[in-house]
Design a protein around this ligand. Structure first.
Ligand code: ATP
Length: 588
């Protein structure tokens, strides 16, 4: 079929804002697209391959300007000026072609297949001379385009379709074209486990909607991620879950769906892009530590300090995204841990229709945990107090909250759905700890990896004037240079003790105890409630103390300060309350 027919449809879509009208226009066209069905759907999406294949068209605007200049005889500078004025290179191209006096005798009509194949070729061009070859392909397309065709040829090339044919609009159009409105659920089911609408349209065209029942979960093709609803309190969540649920840490990183198929490992992001090449370390862990021959696992990759076993702020991981060259080096500098929380497929079996507890058990049994691959923390709760305590632990560990999961018989993996089977509960505020605090070292934990033989993290305390004791407030492992780390054992030697100092109040047992003596300046992100630290214990909440989240050594040793001159509990309490006041003032 001629591309002009599709260009007219795209023009019609552009001129309506009504979704139902859009669905009808597309459905009518799909019915007659015949053997061009796949290419048609790809072009409607402005793509040459499903996102998960990682083939990107994205031609630079500059390249298109150059091709347009050659075709129209108008100078590049002038075209750029027009672009600034109009803001849409597609429209600029359309106008330039309208103004072009003569049509070349040698032009031939574009077909849908020709346009799709040209893009496909462009997308796969790489290496030296690829720019020139891309321009040539584009020039040929533009040379054979009518003005309205040029508008869409250009927009698809630069990845700015502007007409917004959303996936669900296409799902509905495919149902109507090859079945009826009632078939939308069946098309959506297929789309949720094989997010490849051109292929789904082809199957429906050839075998009717019923043929979509044959779409199966397979390793290598991502399943649309299950999503969480939200509720304002843990009490509401427990009620909604029927009084009992699994609570899990809500890790703050990047969602990763890991597929293992024999030796081949593929990783997909939340948006189902193929991100395998960005995480060679995770690929290795999945290959080596997942015992099953094939599996699809759902999890969150979090930047991690292996030596101190601390999670790091999410931003650290974004530095990995989009990097092409120094990935192995970056993997070493910013290690990530993949925390697994679900299993969609295992040993050739689709687990989506098993209740969650069974899926989790299978996952736990099929993975050997390691430094880079862990099972996410989970606890079955039925009491609000237990839920609160778990939530505090999650925050303190560097997570952004918890996700509650239904454990009922119906707790299936619902691909692509946001329902109350998963409910998230985050702090809906961001508190900032503006000032630094001075803390005293009372213990240390042995280090791992590069820090083995030395200290991984220090146990830090504040002073309680009223009780004349030192209460713990955080583990501190970040912010040290290598030199500073090396000097720690020497600096702490004179404070070393065999057992806990009697003025230290701690629920944790570190590997080494110290008499309170060495004071360090520390900056954290905020002060949170904590069930495991003793600072201000029971003052705000029974069985809770206060802790510093994401603590970092600022680099200043406060040797000028005596341990009793460190920040005291009252000040910590004040900081905690002022944070809250500030948050309330900002979010009344
Ligand atoms: P958010 O910005 O809150 O992460 P979202 O829209 O990306 O929202 P939601 O489904 O609403 O995603 O929230 C759940 C998200 O939390 C998941 O997409 C996943 O990335 C992350 N997550 C972290 N830990 C877990 C866990 N244990 N179970 C499920 N999701 C988790």
């Amino acid at each position: 079929m001629e591309f002009l027919e599709l260009a007219k449809v795209l023009d019609q879509i552009e001129n309506t804002t009504k979704r139902l009208e859009m669905v009808d226009i597309i459905a009518n066209f799909l019915k007659v697209a015949d053997e061009d069905i796949m290419e048609t759907v790809f072009l409607l999406q402005g793509k040459v391959a499903p996102d998960y294949e990682g083939v990107e068209l994205g031609v630079a605007e500059k390249l298109v300007v150059r091709a347009l200049a050659t075709i129209s005889g108008v100078a590049e500078g002038k075209i750029e000026g027009l672009l600034l004025k109009v803001g849409d290179l597609g429209k600029v191209g359309e106008e330039l072609l309208k103004e072009k006096k003569q049509h070349s005798l040698f032009s031939e009509n574009l077909t849908i297949k020709k346009v799709y194949n040209s893009y496909s070729k462009m997308a796969r061009e790489s290496g030296s001379g690829s720019q020139t070859r891309k321009i040539q392909i584009l020039q040929e397309l533009l040379h054979n385009s009518s003005p309205v065709e040029a508008r869409f040829v250009i927009r698809i090339a630069i990845g700015k379709m502007r007409i917004g044919v959303a996936d669900m609009t296409l799902v509905d159009a495919i149902a109507i074209a090859f079945g009826s409105k009632e078939d939308q659920d069946e098309v959506e089911r297929a789309f949720n486990i094989m997010p490849n609408l051109p292929e789904i349209a082809r199957m429906a065209y050839n075998g009717g909607i019923q043929s979509l029942a044959g779409v199966k979960v397979v390793p290598g093709v991502p399943v649309r991620s299950m999503l969480a609803e939200r509720l304002p309190s843990l009490r509401d969540i427990l009620l909604k879950m029927g009084g009992v649920c699994a609570l899990e840490y809500k890790y703050d990183g990047l969602r990763i769906q890991a597929h293992k198929d024999g030796n081949k490992v593929t990783l997909f992001s939340r948006r189902l892009e193929n991100v395998t090449s960005q995480f060679p370390d995770i690929v290795k862990e999945i290959r080596e530590k997942v015992k099953a021959e094939n599996a699809i696992l759902d999890g969150e990759a979090v930047p991690y300090n292996i030596e101190t076993e601390e999670m790091l702020p999410f931003q650290e991981i974004s530095r990995r995204r989009g990097r092409k060259f120094d990935l192995l080096e970056t993997a070493e500098k910013i290690p990530v841990v993949l925390f697994l929380f679900d299993c969609i497929y295992l040993k050739g079996e689709n687990l989506m229709n098993l209740p969650y507890p069974q899926r989790r058990l299978k996952m736990v049994n099929s993975v050997d945990e390691s430094a880079g691959l862990k099972i996410g923390k989970s606890l079955i709760v039925s009491e609000e107090d237990d839920a609160e305590r778990f939530f505090s632990l999650a925050l303190e560990a560097g997570c952004e909250g918890v996700v509650a999961k239904s454990i009922s018989d119906k707790s299936f993996y619902r691909a692509g759905a946001r329902e109350f089977v998963w409910i998230k509960y985050k702090r809906d505020y961001q508190m900032e700890m503006e000032d630094t605090v001075d803390l005293v070292v009372v213990g240390a934990f042995g280090g791992k990896g590069r820090r083995s033989g030395g200290y991984g993290a220090l146990l830090m305390a504040v002073y309680s004037k009223t009780e004349d004791k030192f209460t713990t407030i955080c583990k501190l492992g970040s912010g040290f240079t290598d030199d500073q780390l090396h000097s720690l054992p020497r600096m702490l030697q004179r404070f070393s003790l065999k057992t806990k100092d009697r003025r230290v109040d701690s629920l944790m047992t570190p590997d080494y105890w110290f008499e309170p003596g060495l004071v360090l300046e520390v900056k954290g992100s905020e002060i949170t409630l904590s069930p495991i630290h003793t600072c201000c214990r029971d003052l705000i909440k029974k069985d809770s103390g206060l802790a510093i989240r994401f603590p970092r050594f600022t680099g200043r040793w406060r040797e000028d300060k005596k341990p009793e001159e460190t920040t005291d509990e009252e000040e910590i309490l004040e900081i905690y309350h002022s944070q809250k006041k500030k948050v309330l003032a900002e979010n009344p």
